[in-house]
Ligand binder design. Structure first.
Ligand SMILES: Nc1ncnc2c1ncn2[C@@H]1O[C@H](COP(=O)(O)OP(=O)(O)OP(=O)(O)O)[C@@H](O)[C@H]1O
Ligand SMILES: [Mg+2]
Length: 499
């Protein structure tokens, strides 16, 4: 025989299961390469011994706080540990200095209050239950003691809880580094309030997550020599644009559109909007209302947060006018124009939406119509104007909506950055990365492809960093170690990036 089996009759094992991922049992028979397993759940299975994993029968029922203490760090062992802890509402678990969070899908406010932050402040890492505050406390202290900037990366698939975790990291940084309130808004308050603003304009309901981030974000929080927050910079990456014009059941467009349509009557008058279901960009999907999400309350909340991050009332109105204009643009339909192969707004209804969009954009209606129904091509110093047919005009309408929305988003980010302000003298900072998580649907758009590639890149960074770091540590401490097997995704990156 090639290898002597690790298993004998009576060994406790984990084997794969189509329904439950993993099931445990005991070896009843060993027949060459095959094991006959008597499973705890009553099933009987015959498997190749290479697919079975040893089960630790002595691991505590409630799991362990740090998975490096597990006898076996294989997939079933790790998952079993997370599951036992989750059953006791322990959603956080360490693997060394990595924190794993399992989405509780319920509010656990007692975990994140001021009292909790106080407990974690200055506590030795690993002394208290695993928590994002502990990770942040460690990063903060490393930054202060070693004068080296730190970064906390949050990864996981869509709906895993990255954005919620990021918010508790930021909350703790604000707690540790917050300055006593001077006049006006404090920097830490502005940093925290940038979250609801960016979520209103950059998050949407998807199949996987009612509040899915549709952009990537890296927040740099800068500190002065006393360890107090002195500035911040928010960098965002690649907002998903296609969503502005195209959504499918049961998804939604960006939250801000529904908030606007649920705003108080005087605001709806001002922005010339009616019910959400009257707009093409929103009613392509049957999902208008979101369970547990009150759009009219969120509207008020978003405007309050916009005020805190330094947007005047007039600026807020201007922003929502652009949002409203996009909705009206989406309701313009095109028919045949007077010239051959040309186009024009189809009927009075479309003319009304064109006029309203122009009013909201504060531009000339005729000019707007021409920009949609004609295409200007520049050739060797001259420009030629060409008519577009109805289909072409609809495409240019959607292109305009997408570009205007993404510029609006960029404007918001710049505005937040300039009102929070950067500290040119800051030498230490903590960066927090929160991206859009991996997703795979029946059909995936090019933007989905980019999102997934970003996730692969982050995974590669994680692999290299974690495994390289650990390896160096072992070598330094002269520990006899064997290579840890991990799935290296470099080939996937090469396939896409190596031209
Ligand atoms: N720690 C938590 N406490 C309470 N609820 C949570 C927690 N983490 C996640 N959730 C719930 O799960 C939902 C999805 O989490 P979140 O938006 O953070 O996912 P994500 O990883 O950022 O996903 P995406 O990649 O789509 O942006 C939240 O809206 C919230 O309802
Ligand atoms: Mg998110």
């Amino acid at each position: 025989s090639k290898t002597k089996s690790r298993f004998v009759v009576g060994s406790h094992v984990w084997i794969e299961d189509a329904d439950e991922a993993w099931m445990d049992g005991q070896v009843e028979e060993v027949n060459g390469e095959d094991l006959v397993i008597n499973c705890t759940n009553g099933k009987k299975a015959t498997v190749n011994l290479s697919t079975a994993f040893p089960k630790d029968t002595e691991s505590p029922r409630g799991g362990v706080e740090d998975m490096t203490r597990l006898a076996y760090l294989h997939e079933p062992g790790v998952l079993q540990n997370l599951k036992s802890r989750y059953a006791l509402n322990e959603i956080y678990t360490y693997t060394g200095n990595i924190l794993i969070a399992v989405n509780p899908f319920q509010r656990l406010p007692h975990l994140y209050n001021n009292h909790m932050m106080g407990i974690y402040k200055g506590a030795e890492f690993g002394e208290l239950s695993p928590h994002p505050f502990a990770i942040t406390d460690r990063a903060y202290r490393l930054m202060i003691n070693d004068r080296i900037s730190q970064a906390i990366l949050v990864s996981g698939e869509s709906g895993a809880g990255k954005t919620e975790s990021t918010k508790s990291l930021m909350q703790y940084l604000a707690f540790m580094g917050g300055k006593a309130k001077a006049e006006g808004r404090s920097v830490q308050e502005q940093i925290l309030e940038s979250n609801p603003v960016l979520e209103a304009f950059g998050n949407a309901k998807t199949v996987r997550n009612n509040n899915s981030s549709r952009f990537g974000k890296f927040v740099e929080i800068q500190f002065d020599q006393y360890g107090k927050i002195s500035g911040a910079a928010i960098r965002t990456y690649l907002l998903e644009r296609s969503r502005v014009c195209q959504i499918s059941d049961p998804e939604r467009n960006y939250h801000c559109f529904y908030m606007l349509c649920a705003s108080p009557p005087e605001d709806r008058d001002k922005f010339k909007v009616g019910e959400a279901k009257t707009f093409h960009y929103l009613n392509q999907s049957n999902c208008i209302d979101l369970n547990g999400f009150d759009d009219s309350k969120e509207y008020i909340e978003t405007r309050r947060a916009m005020g805190i991050v330094g947007m005047s009332n007039d600026e807020q109105d201007a922003i929502f006018k652009v949002v409203a204009a996009i909705l009206h643009l989406g309701n313009i339909e095109f028919g045949e124009g007077s010239e051959p192969d040309s186009s024009a707004p189809k009927d009075d209804k479309s003319k009304f939406h064109l006029k309203t969009a122009a009013e909201l954009f504060m531009c000339d209606a005729k000019g707007l119509e021409e920009s949609l129904c004609k295409r200007v091509m520049a050739t060797r110093g001259e420009s030629i104007t060409k008519n577009l047919d109805a289909k072409g005009a609809a495409l240019s309408r959607d292109a305009l909506s997408r570009i205007v929305y993404s510029r609006l988003f960029d404007w918001l980010v710049n505005k937040i950055n300039s009102s929070i302000g950067q500290d040119p003298d800051s030498k230490i900072l903590i960066g927090v990365l929160d991206i859009y998580g991996f997703e795979s649907f029946k059909t995936n758009s090019f933007e989905q492809f980019c999102i997934n590639l970003t996730n692969e890149k982050l995974q590669q960074h994680f692999n290299q960093h974690v495994f390289k770091m650990e390896q160096e540590e072992y070598t330094k401490e002269e520990i006899d170690w064997s290579y840890i097997q991990f799935v290296d995704n470099q080939e996937i990156l090469d396939l896409i990036e190596k031209v």
